[in-house]
Structures are given as C-alpha cells and as structure tokens.
Design a protein around this ligand. Structure first.
Ligand code: MN3
Length: 204
C-alpha cells in the first residue's frame, strides 16, 4: 500500500494572478509528487505503517522507528502538508471567515486585521524554509505558529486550520525574494469555508 499525491482540486491557472500557473504546476507535479514518492520509499519495508493514514504517523511520530523517522518527518510531512495546502486554497475565495471561526479569531487575536498581521508576521519571520499555521493547539485554543522545513504541527498535537507554504519554491518564480508580496497576495485565495469546516470539526 502506498500514498498517492491527490490531484490538484482546480486548474493550474485557477489561482492567477495571485499564485501563477507555472509555480502551481511545478509545486504540485514535481515538489509534492517527490515528497510522496520519497515517503513511500522510506516506508517500503514497513507495510504496517504505510497502511495507516499519514496524519496518524505524524501525530504519533515517536512511534515511528528511529531509522526512518527523519524521512517520515520530511517526506511524509511534505506529502501531508501539501495535500492540506491545496485544499485550503481555491479560486474566487479570499475575504473573511464567517460564523464561529470569525468570532473566535476576533476573540483570540483582537479582530480579523490583527489576526492577518500576526499571521503574516509568522510567515515572514520563518527563517529559511517552512510554513506558518493557524491551528487549534493541544488545549483546543486557536494559535498561530510557524514550523521549520516539513516539521508538522500534528506532531505537537495541533490541528491545522489554515497554512501558507513559505518555502521559496512556493513563490520564487513570480515573487523572487519578495515573500511579503506573496503573503499579501495569498490572502486572496484562502478558502475560509474549508477553514471553517476544519475549525468546527476540530472543536467537536
Ligand atoms: Mn511546498
């Protein structure tokens, strides 16, 4: 049994002009596929582990044998995070969340604009490669964090609600070194309906 890279849930150019088609194509077809392939290679001798959902391996990373643990963190994390990332974006999205997630963001961060500012700060402050996240932490509270490389918030007991990939491969073709411009544009393709569903499911 092997993991599969899920197809991109929209066309390569669907997130233009914010995320360009060429970046989306390389990001999904090359980067994501490579993570999935290398995760499967790492688990080739461990069919018992490969039979489990990747979320479970990352949540229980200490139970993965030490010799393949770094590969599962890097490639399994890469596979899971990208699968999540495509779904949390979408064409014709952006705007603001509604309902309970909007209320909680206001309560925890002091308003949607204050949240955006703090989230962008995490995305811009992540030195080198990694991700910024909005998660439910282990106590069920909304929290912003950032992670290095493909380290997963799942391994800290967090439940992801929203994420931005700030590896250079996510933006370099269009934005070069201007990560701030990429982050500012990225808000226009955030799928808040999906984030709200994840928040509601995580709260149950
Ligand atoms: Mn990436």
């Amino acid at each position: 049994m092997a993991y599969e890279t899920p197809p991109l849930p929209y066309a390569y150019d669907a997130l233009e002009p914010y995320l360009d088609a060429r970046t989306m194509e390389i990001h999904h077809d090359k980067h994501h596929v490579t993570y999935t392939t290398n995760c499967n290679k790492a688990l080739a001798e461990h069919p018992d582990l490969a039979a489990k959902p990747i979320e479970q391996l990352l949540r229980e990373i200490d139970r993965v044998p030490a010799d393949i643990r770094p590969a599962v963190i890097n490639h399994g994390g890469g596979h899971y995070h990208h699968s999540f990332y495509w779904r949390i974006l979408g064409p014709g999205k952006g705007g603001q969340p509604k309902g309970p997630l909007a209320d909680e963001i206001k309560k925890v961060f002091g308003g949607f604009d204050a949240f955006k500012e703090q989230f962008a700060k995490a995305a811009l402050g992540r030195f080198g490669s990694g991700w910024a996240w909005l998660c439910l932490d282990a106590s069920g509270k909304l929290a912003i964090c950032d992670t290095m490389n493909q380290d997963s918030p799942l391994s800290k007991g967090h439940t992801p609600i929203l994420t931005i990939d700030v590896w250079e491969h996510a933006y370099y073709l269009k934005y070069q070194n201007r990560r701030a411009d990429f982050v500012a544009a990225w808000w226009n393709v955030v799928n808040w309906d999906m984030a709200t569903d994840l928040y509601n499911a995580g709260r149950r």
